[in-house]
Design a protein. Sequence first.
Length: 278
Amino acid sequence: MNVLIVFAHPEPKSLSASLRDVAVQELEAAGHTVQVSDLYAMRWKSEIDRADFPSLSPDERLLPVAASKHAFDSDMLTDGVKTEIEKLLWADTLILQFPLWWFTMPAILKGWVDRVFAYGFAYGVGEHSDKRWGDRYGEGTLVGKRAMLIVTAGGWEEHYSPRGINDPIDDLLFPINHGILYYPGYDVLPPFVTYSTDRFDEQRFEAAAEILRNRMRTLETTRPIPYRRQNGGDYHIPTMQLRAALGDPGTSGFALHLKEAADADMGFQHSGQMLARR
């Protein structure tokens, strides 16, 4: 299996970097091939600007979506972006690894998504009609591949629980898991999350490392989060509203987009494989 880890932490001696090394070592020991895109080491440019579209004339207005479509269709994306797209096509599994900063991924990783997930590649693909609304949410360019998150959080696990002040971790990660990874077709695996990371000692690190090693050993067999497919019949098209007969009447928000039957049948626990609380 080919695995791409897109890593976003500025400190080579960080806990995140140590966990990355654990993951790489375990994957390679199992015979997998691993590439790492270390965004800070690469000095990745996070912002989209005119430099991303060299064919754009100086007096032409920059419309990022249109410019991305033209650059992709005409094979005029910048070399760095092309290289990352080639890595995504090569990889059977994508891992995004980052510290949770202000409830989301660092800007450099969001900028990687903004620039690499080009129009015509990760979005804007497929038929748009009264029967289909593009190839997305369970379909798309990256269908058949797997993806997961490795996340470090400074707060306690209780802070990210259903009644915690920071909101449930699954809700915080939903825009990434569902909106960035599932959207272009990935089967998204439950995330690996560690908490209270500023309180780590050697014992806690070894415990976390062993859980991560097990996640890497089971990367090919772990059941994905059971998101509903957009074009699978659960949604009205083109309004994209979940059909009235589906979902618990008392449920709203992100949870509506999980299949309840799949939940029960698989004994699914969205964040059940995270490191035990401090």
